[in-house]
Design a protein around this ligand. Structure first.
Ligand SMILES: [Zn+2]
Length: 451
């Protein structure tokens, strides 16, 4: 057993803890893996603690991400548990939920148990596991949901694909409801979007490629809301991207249905125009190709409004690593998705800086929001997860909201660097990330920075 980390006092930071409403200059002390003191001058209680001077920095609960792809097993050339969780730590994330579309997928007990063992052995932050809805992720028969629940999955999802069979999904929602777990659905109706590469709109027309209509997402969201109403199940709508989906979810919540949702940082900022921002020979940038696709400005505006008013519970990265040779293919062949863990802060801070979303709300959607959406505190037996309450897990993100840095192969911890921000200068970065009282990311002392 490694030695317990020494007590840690993060002093004089702007402590933002949405659970308590705290937003003030204060100290946070972590001992034996838990938060033990919070408040002005709280560090005096533990004079021997190691100190982190957070003057001018934001001190938040460690971020929680409901949606990452770590590609292991099967495609560890794109990402491993080690590099994926290192990227999480570098982005301020201390709890991340791995999607089950690995090779093989997490569709039976043994595979979930193996995934959980790998997560515990190789992860530098908390990596929790989801299970598939259907066997082999093929959409034909339900996976053994009871077994997967027993093995410790926190949600069921065939992410990457929508489970199209409505009758099958009715049974899935019924079973998941009995098990008390969410169904997390990638909402795009295949018949409406198959063959489409990017959003059906002016950029698809300009590039002469087939599009994925917003209606493909809206129809899928409406179907799953209807199933939540029919079964009493919990529908979690993954990566919302359309104004129509936001309106449907808002209405479902007003009707008291058990519906929650998430949005990615990139869908809160970028539109389909990002595909035209090119550096190489092709007339498009495949790093901006993702599913669901980047959409119109009015969709982005609706997602921001939904995030601000609580229609959208969580910011989730959909961190989706791919290698340069894969992304260098023609747009028809390049796999969809972008890495997101290390660029979430700059995307989100841009919304805060523009006055679109208050800082405390942005932080809520990165911490308590996702915890509440999936009851992760109860599921994982971690009271206070996503907060800085006394007794909460000692998971803390220390953020420099003004730090300017360049997104590059050298600055990213992920094994892949497929993001349209590559080469761009961005603002906002996690300076220190603490997981269970241990420092798992620390850039103090680098780049001539004060330590
Ligand atoms: Zn997805």
């Amino acid at each position: 057993m490694p030695d317990a980390p020494s007590p840690l006092a993060i002093v004089h930071g702007r402590v933002v803890d949405p659970a308590s409403g705290r937003d003030e200059i204060a100290d946070v002390v972590v001992e034996d893996g838990r938060v033990t003191h919070v408040g002005e001058g709280a560090a005096h209680a533990v004079p021997g603690a190691d100190r982190i001077d957070a003057t001018g920095l934001i001190v938040s609960p460690g971020f929680v991400d409901l949606h990452v792809h770590f590609r292991t097993p099967g495609q560890s050339h794109k990402e491993t548990i080690e590099t994926g969780t290192a990227a999480a730590a570098a982005g301020g994330f201390t709890t991340v939920c791995q999607m089950p579309n690995t090779d093989p997928p997490f569709d039976r007990r043994k595979r979930v148990e193996d995934a959980r063992r790998r997560a515990a052995e190789e992860g530098v932050v908390r990596l929790v596991t989801t299970g598939t809805i259907t066997q082999d992720r093929e959409g034909h028969e339900l996976a053994a949901l009871d077994e997967l629940a027993d093995a410790g999955v926190v949600a069921f999802t065939d992410d990457g694909d929508f489970v199209d069979d409505t009758h099958l999904m009715q049974a899935g929602y019924e079973r998941a409801a009995i098990l008390g777990l969410p169904i997390a659905q990638h909402c795009e109706v295949p018949a409406l979007v198959d063959g489409g590469l990017i959003h059906l709109g002016p950029v698809a027309t300009q590039l002469g490629v087939a599009g994925r209509p917003a209606g493909g997402e809206n129809a899928a969201v409406a179907r799953d809301i209807a199933l939540a109403a029919l079964t009493g199940g919990h529908a979690h709508i993954q990566h919302v991207t359309t104004a129509g989906a936001v309106a449907l979810i808002r209405d479902a919540k007003e009707r008291g249905l058990h519906v929650t949702s998430e949005v990615t940082p990139h869908h809160l900022v970028l539109t389909q125009q990002a595909l035209l921002h090119v550096i190489g020979d092709e007339p498009y940038n495949t790093d901006a190709k993702c599913n669901p696709p980047l959409r119109d400005q009015h969709d982005v505006d609706a997602c921001i409004a939904g995030l601000a008013d609580g229609t959208i519970d969580a910011i989730a990265t959909d961190h989706a690593p791919h290698q340069p040779d894969e992304k260098a293919r023609a747009i028809e062949e390049a796999p969809p998705g972008m890495v997101g863990l290390e660029t979430a802060i700059p995307y989100v801070m841009s919304l805060v800086d523009n006055g679109h979303v208050p800082l405390s709300v942005a932080i809520e959607r990165l911490t308590l929001g996702p915890v509440r959406a999936w009851h992760l505190d109860q599921q994982l037996g971690l009271p206070g997860l996503g907060t800085l309450a006394v007794g909460a897990p000692g998971d803390v993100a220390v953020i420099d909201p003004g730090d300017m840095w360049t997104v590059s192969v050298d600055t990213l911890q992920s094994r892949s660097h497929n993001t349209p921000l590559i080469g761009e200068q961005v603002v906002g970065r996690a300076v220190v990330t603490v997981f269970g009282g241990e420092i798992v990311h620390d850039i103090r002392g680098l780049d001539g920075r004060a330590s």
